[in-house]
Design a protein around this ligand. Structure first.
Ligand code: MRU
Length: 366
């Protein structure tokens, strides 16, 4: 997508051909910093510190992390150690495991001397495949928005989203935001309610930034506002992303997603989850076994923002000594999900729906 007219992806091969470059998302929206990743430690740090985040981008960064590790040690042991290190960076997004499995499969039979080139090639393909999957999510999902447009007689379709499942969370396009970009580019009138998404504020900092850069009308709201808007008829549909969806259609996504799904159900508002197939965990029957990341309490007790002089500062917002808990994700049961928007098409939010789109996994989804 474009920032100030210049096209960007979120991760790309460096000009030296032996590093990767990323946009440092901890610095957005106040600065656009491009950071090189030269070693596996750089890649692991980028994922755990959330310089990169969002399930598909975590997977893509891990793939480059393996390629960077191969430069230092392309042995079988080196490959295993690299995958182990990267697998430990963040627990919830299954795209991380998926990407590491892809890299192991691509490199397993390759002689050590050829592994660096093969690893960079596969990492690049994983990125390209993600872009294509997200483009298709947009193509499939825009029909849902078009259907609402027809009912609204020229009034904008109001879409609520949570966290950031836009192009910054993927390699390009995004998942939940892909249909919205597609609709906007086709000239359909859309307006996005952007949940701020405490504690890391991915909505306020990242979703608002990228929608603004693309010219999509949007309004940032405090996280607790969605239910009120739905009661008032001001939300036509919700579209969110996911970090891991299990075989029965349960959806792990950013903390607070479940509450939005409950409010949507109570108010008869459609609740869609957009995802590429790399986010489906066919090994888990349901969401109870999804590991839920718990992050540093400091993300709850402190906030970062820009001061009037343009400098960026972090301040404490709670009484000294009050403990805080920081659960990063929750699980929305499939019964609250209207449907999935995937790269393979749209289906109902259920095991049967997923099995219909992915017949090769039908046994696990049953
Ligand atoms: O903690 P984050 O910022 O990595 O969480 C991201 C989300 O919850 C996204 O909604 C999810 O990864 C889907 S991204 C297309």
């Amino acid at each position: 997508m474009n920032i100030d007219g210049k096209p960007y992806r979120t991760i790309w091969l460096g000009e030296d051909g032996s590093s990767a470059e990323i946009i440092d998302q901890t610095r957005l929206p106040f600065a656009l910093d491009v950071v090189p990743l030269r070693t596996i430690d750089d890649a692991a740090h980028a994922i755990s510190s959330m310089q990169v985040r969002g399930a598909p981008l975590i997977g893509a960064t891990a793939a480059y992390g393996v390629a960077l590790a191969m430069r230092a040690d392309a042995s079988d042991d080196g490959l295993s150690r690299a995958c182990e290190t990267l697998a430990g960076t963040r627990p919830t997004a299954v795209n991380l495991r998926w990407a590491l499995d892809q890299m192991k499969a691509a490199l397993g039979d390759v002689p050590q001397g050829a592994r660096v080139a093969a690893a960079f090639a596969r990492a690049g393909e994983i990125c390209d495949e993600d872009v294509e999957a997200c483009r298709k999510i947009g193509e499939h999902g825009v029909g849902l928005i078009r259907a609402h447009t027809e009912k609204k007689a020229g009034e904008p379709v109001n879409i609520l989203t949570h966290c950031n499942a836009g192009w910054l969370a993927t390699v390009d396009w995004g998942t939940a935001l892909a249909p919205i970009y597609r609709a906007h580019d086709e000239g359909l009138a859309v307006h996005v309610w952007v949940d701020e998404t405490r504690p890391r504020n991915q909505g306020a900092s990242l979703t608002a930034f990228e929608l603004g850069a693309h010219g999509v009308p949007h309004t940032i709201i405090a996280d607790n506002t969605g239910g009120h808007l739905m009661q008032a008829g001001l939300v036509d549909l919700c579209i969110v992303g996911t970090d891991r969806t299990t075989a029965n259609g349960d959806v792990a996504n950013k903390i607070g997603t479940y509450l939005k799904a409950l409010a949507a159900k109570d108010n008869g508002v459609q609740f869609f989850v957009a995802l590429p197939s790399s986010t489906i965990d066919w090994t888990l029957a349901d969401g109870r076994a999804i590991p839920i990341e718990e992050r540093d309490a400091r993300e709850v007790t402190h906030m970062t923002g820009q001061l009037p002089d343009g400098s960026v500062a972090t301040v404490e917002i709670v009484p000294k000594g009050s403990p805080a808990a920081n659960y990063a994700f929750d699980v929305t049961p499939a019964r609250l999900v209207t449907g999935f928007i995937t790269d393979c098409g749209i289906t109902t939010g259920s095991a049967g729906g997923l099995a219909m789109l992915y017949p090769e996994h039908r046994a696990k989804a049953a």
